[in-house]
Write a protein that binds this ligand. Structure first.
Ligand code: ATP
Length: 308
């Protein structure tokens, strides 16, 4: 759905992108991860047809960003990381304005406005001034704007930055809904755990180059030590004993109903241990890698790529 090859962009002497190769499959929720200044915004702006690269190529839905920027803009919805200032503009008017920019007017525009406000749960704010919305609400309104022309691809630049935990959950729910609608979504972030339970694919960018990309499961399933939490209904004793005796596993700690442990191995080992715990009679209600270990995994990946 989205692919780039050898993408390059310089700002004066700063090389923001240095040969970036991306591959985002159709229907993916692609987490685009990198530190501040890694080149995420530059990439998304090029993909949105808003910035011209100095070298390489980029295609979205079969359309070439350089040769057909208009065509690209028709299939892309872009949500920037910065929401502009809109004095004296009401929420409903804001969406009608952008609808008309896409040639949608009259009843069609009013219906679209109401549908989108409902999707982003801002129906009750239709007559409110945009500047009076909270940051989370402004983000959701910005998302509604990006959806006005029903694009197949959504590019979201740090959609959850600056949001409180509840607002993050709200935006995550909306993104899940968009995913169910079949959109291909790219979300940039430097907060890894923010993306982990949302993405199907992950790409890591550093200094304008892609370090690694692929399905999330594969990225996390390498042969490395990871930390897990298992929660159960009833006593954790039997499970803790089983884990302690399992090759490559060791118990970090246990409290009633919960065991934290580390495990070396890939997806097969993780699944085999769970099967054994369940077969031994423990009623497992939660079995997952901890968020912290996700961070560890990505840092480890970055080190491996750098040969450290
Ligand atoms: P952040 O997470 O901070 O938004 P990013 O990964 O989105 O970072 P970019 O904004 O793409 O990174 O920036 C990549 C590099 O290009 C950085 O070194 C940045 O300072 C530089 N850069 C970006 N925009 C400009 C500009 N308009 N003029 C000069 N340098 C720029």
């Amino acid at each position: 759905m989205i692919s780039t090859g050898g993408l390059e962009k310089k700002y004066g002497r700063v090389a923001a992108l240095q040969g970036l190769d991306l591959e985002v499959p159709q229907g993916a929720v692609y987490g685009f991860i990198g530190q501040n200044g890694a080149g995420k915004t530059t990439t998304l702006r090029i993909l949105a047809g808003l910035l011209i690269p100095d070298g390489g190529w980029a295609k979205l839905a079969g359309r070439d960003v350089l040769r057909d920027p208009r065509g690209v803009r028709q299939v892309v919805g872009y949500m920037p990381d910065f929401f502009g200032v809109y004095d004296d503009l009401r929420v409903g008017e804001y969406l009608l304005f952008y609808a008309s920019a896409h040639g949608i007017r009259g009843d069609a525009a009013h219906n679209l406005r109401d549908d989108l406000l409902e999707l982003v749960e801002l129906g009750h704010k239709r007559e409110a001034f945009v500047d009076t919305l909270s940051r989370g609400m402004q983000q959701r309104l910005c998302l509604a704007r990006a959806l006005i022309h029903d694009p197949a691809v959504l590019l979201l630049d740090e959609p959850a930055s600056g949001l409180d935990p509840l607002a993050r959950v709200e935006i995550r729910e909306i993104l899940r809904e968009l995913c169910r609608m079949g959109k291909t979504i790219v979300i940039s972030s430097h907060i890894l755990s923010e993306l982990a339970d949302l993405c199907t694919h992950v790409g890591m960018i550093r200094e304008g180059r892609l370090l690694r990309q692929g399905p999330l499961n594969e990225m996390l399933a390498g042969d490395r030590v990871r930390r897990f939490i298992m929660r159960c209904h009833g006593s954790e004793d039997a499970a803790a004993e089983l884990i302690a005796g399992w090759p490559g596993a060791s118990v970090i700690g246990s409290v009633p109903g919960q065991v934290e442990f580390s495990l070396t191995g890939g997806a097969a080992e993780v699944a085999a241990l769970l099967r054994e715990i369940v077969d031994a009679g423990t009623e497992v209600i939660h079995y997952a890698q901890t968020e912290q270990s996700l961070e560890d995994t990505f840092i480890q990946l970055a080190r491996e790529v750098n040969g450290a």
